[in-house]
Ligand binder design. Structure first.
Ligand SMILES: [Ca+2]
Length: 467
């Protein structure tokens, strides 16, 4: 039972988000490459979402959508180039105004100074831009300071220190945002030797040749076999490797460092769960672990994200709240990052403001999916051929079974469609857009895509009449 004065029974919300952590690198999602016991504990004692997706698979836009409950075209952050205007309505501002104690620590990546600094937080200390893994400089309420140690530990330390000093009579909303496991995957000493003497299994699509896909897949520059910088792999490759040998070597270098960074995040999730145990706040606190988007872990021969393909599109999401969520439950409703803000507000007893496009999924987490829940959603990636990754801009619709993608830019072209049947081809190796057997599905999905674009209010770049 709550011990709060004044009968304030509103729950605490602890939102832990990492950066670029793919669901298939969490053991509760069936990872065959690592174990994440503390994240698994949240799933075991709560719920795992199997169809949680981002609406634009890249850091800054996903963060803006999480804070505002709006799609990229309305929150002003469609690419990495924009900073976010914090004068917009956000969940933390509304929670703070409603009496919640609020704080955020770690990665912000939405701009700094003036209207870009965090707003709606009583306390904040954030990394500049991407920030560093070791001895990071941070903006502590705007003041530059350097912190000794490893970013993942520091961010958890700050979070726990703030929790220790909070007012126990009022509920809290804490956003702990880890930098890890974002590129360049710098590990700490504690995990540096992890996986040293073993080979991590290779994903089945590591040797993808991009046949049967749109030109954009072939043109992307994020191949394990070709596109890493030395700063990614940290050492020069052994001499005399064949192309295949180099690919295997680079994959092992990459994935081991990535998983070492994940292991540190998992340890620090464990520390926060321990804190809740010790503070007697398990019943009163919603704990969420998620990541801003997914990631290619050698899947399709790639690292990074951006594409609407599953590994990049899917967000891990586990949540525990003993008052409402059945332990060990699994939910496959389509949930989006724009839904997070309405969820936070709902738990605090606040209605979703009209500006927010997302929908609370509190009932889904509690195992009672609303009768009219969505069965499709709209996705758009805007950063057409950025300097580093060369992914083409695209938008599309995903339903429970199919995914239709349109690469809409005319230059360098061609504009192209892809259609995947996720039931028959879950790894998305063969677009069936031109298969006459799917003509009906294509027509239906084009109609659904147009409907969704109208619904969310993104009417830019319609497709040509004849495509
Ligand atoms: Ca990210």
């Amino acid at each position: 039972m709550s011990t709060r004065c004044g009968g304030d029974r509103r729950p605490n919300i602890l939102f832990i988000m990492s950066d670029d952590h793919a669901a298939h690198a969490m053991s509760c999602y069936g990872s065959v490459i690592n174990r994440t016991p503390h994240m698994d504990r949240i799933a075991d004692e709560g719920v795992r979402l199997d169809n949680c997706f981002c609406t634009n698979s890249i850091c800054t836009p996903s963060r803006a959508s999480i804070l505002t409950g709006k799609y990229s075209h309305l929150n002003g952050v469609p690419t990495l180039r924009e900073t976010m205007d914090q004068r917009q309505m956000t969940a933390p501002k509304l929670l703070q105004a409603a009496g919640y104690q609020t704080a955020t620590f770690g990665k912000w990546h939405l701009g700094h100074g003036g209207i870009h600094d965090p707003r709606g937080f009583d306390r904040w200390c954030v990394l500049p831009g991407q920030g560093l893994y070791h001895a990071p400089e941070m903006f502590d309420q705007g003041e530059r300071k350097v912190f000794e140690g490893y970013a993942t530990d520091i961010i958890a330390d700050m979070s726990l220190e703030w929790l220790d000093g909070r007012d126990p009579d009022r509920p809290f909303f804490l956003m702990t945002h880890h930098k890890a496991p974002h590129r360049p995957w710098d590990t700490d000493d504690k995990h540096a030797d992890m996986y040293e003497d073993i080979d991590i299994p290779e994903p089945p699509t590591l040797w993808d040749d991009y046949a049967n896909r749109a030109t954009a897949a072939r043109e992307a520059r994020m191949r394990i076999s070709r596109d890493f910088k030395e700063s990614d792999l940290k050492v020069a490759p052994p001499e005399g490797l064949s192309h295949e040998e180099y690919t295997r070597w680079a994959y092992q270098r990459y994935i081991k460092d990535y998983l070492r960074c994940v292991a540190s995040v998992d340890d620090n999730v464990g520390r926060m769960l321990d804190w809740l145990d010790d503070a007697g706040l398990v019943e009163d606190t919603i704990v969420i672990y998620t990541s801003d988007q997914g990631f290619f872990l050698g899947d399709h021969g790639w690292y990074d994200k951006r594409f609407m393909y599953e590994e990049s599109l899917r967000m891990p999401f586990v949540a525990r709240y003993p008052r409402e969520i059945e332990p060990g439950s699994v939910n496959d409703d389509i949930i989006l990052n724009v839904d997070f803000a309405p969820l936070f507000l709902d738990y605090a007893g606040l209605a979703t403001p009209r500006q927010m496009q997302g929908v609370t999924f509190r009932d889904s987490l509690a195992g009672a999916t609303p009768a009219e829940w969505r069965d499709s959603f709209y996705y758009r990636y805007y950063m057409h051929i950025d300097g580093g990754h060369s992914v083409w801009a695209h938008y599309g619709v995903r339903t429970e079974r199919h995914k239709l993608i349109f690469y809409y830019e005319e230059e360098p072209g061609p504009q192209e469609w892809e259609l995947f049947d996720l039931e028959r081809d879950p790894m998305e190796m063969h677009s069936v857009y031109d298969d006459p057997a799917y003509a009906g599905v294509v027509a239906e999905l084009k109609e659904e895509l147009a409907r969704l674009r109208s619904e969310v209010g993104d009417q830019e770049n319609p497709w040509p009449e004849d495509s």
